[in-house]
Design a binder for this molecule. Structure first.
Ligand SMILES: Nc1ncnc2c1ncn2[C@@H]1O[C@H](COP(=O)(O)OP(=O)(O)OP(=O)(O)O)[C@@H](O)[C@H]1O
Ligand SMILES: Cc1ncsc1CCO
Ligand SMILES: [Mg+2]
Length: 254
């Protein structure tokens, strides 16, 4: 990632935009938050990967998302879908169906989002999860098989599957769900690793999650609350390299 500094197009929400861009910069990528329908498709042809997050959806933004995802799909670029609270309203349910039809390479969400996307009953209400990752594992496997996407469920211990192999990633901190948009930023990070290893979406996703696990644990050691954690996390990510990741990542086959 640091060697190639890939251009990553992020169509994300108003809450996440600044933090997610700083996360990608800290990891060595070059983020671009480009979402207008007039240019999102054209830009997707320039970028090495695309990420789409429906957190603060509007019809105008949805048009941009479609233009970008269509262009990415047509030009063989990998793209990541973050289905924030997709179960909450009819508008979101309809939007997510349309985006899924454009074949995301990776779907990253919290347990409630992934369970609901697989058609299972979940306890989610809004953007925060009401379910454990363990409860979402079967849903993730089924969703990956149905969509041909790599599915990542995040929480205390993350679970990633392509419908066949499955991997668990531990680490992180209980402060992470106390900082808004950490998951949205992680989705953008997955886009960054997909950009440099487009043929290995499972490995790219696991690597992004492992970076968050290691940087999250390190940042929490020096933090006494979510405010300082948020900026220390950016510093920890910026200090991360391949050796530190190899030494501290908690990755295991599930
Ligand atoms: N209790 C926890 N302990 C350790 N790590 C956690 C915990 N909860 C979440 N994480 C980590 O936080 C990151 C974001 O995951 P999370 O599931 O909270 O996303 P999210 O709910 O989509 O967040 P948001 O919608 O606020 O962006 C992941 O790296 C995940 O591993
Ligand atoms: C709080 C919030 N509301 C819409 S998107 C978002 C960021 C976390 O998903
Ligand atoms: Mg989320």
């Amino acid at each position: 990632m640091r060697r190639e500094s890939p251009l990553v197009q992020c169509v994300t929400n108003y809450v996440a935009m600044n933090y997610a861009a700083n996360v990608l910069l800290a990891a060595g990528a070059s983020p671009a938050m480009v979402h207008a329908p007039e240019e999102a498709g054209e830009f997707a042809e320039l970028a090495s990967a695309l990420t789409i997050n429906i957190g603060t959806l509007s019809s105008y933004w949805l048009q941009g998302m479609h233009a970008a995802a269509k262009a990415a799909h047509a030009s063989g670029k990998p793209w990541v879908l973050d289905p924030v609270a997709h179960f909450a309203t009819a508008f979101r349910r309809q939007a997510i169906e349309g985006l899924l039809a454009l074949k995301p390479t990776v779907i990253r969400g919290n347990a409630s989002e992934i369970m609901a996307l697989a058609g299972d009953v979940s306890s989610g209400r809004g953007v925060d999860s009401g379910d454990s990752v363990e409860r979402a594992e079967a849903s993730a496997l089924a969703l990956a098989r149905r969509t041909d996407a790599v599915v990542a469920v995040t929480g205390v211990v993350d679970f990633v599957t392509d419908g066949h192999a499955a991997v668990c990633i531990a680490g992180g901190s209980e402060l992470m769900p106390k900082v808004t948009a950490m998951g949205c930023a992680l989705t953008c990070m997955v886009g960054g690793f997909l950009a440099v290893t487009p043929q290995q979406p499972l490995e790219a996703t696991v690597t992004a999650l492992a970076c968050f696990g290691v940087a999250g644990t390190q940042a929490a050691q020096a933090s006494n609350g979510p405010g300082s954690f948020a900026w220390r996390f950016i510093d920890s990510l910026a200090a991360l390299n391949g050796d530190v990741l190899q030494a501290h990542a908690q990755v295991a086959r599930a």
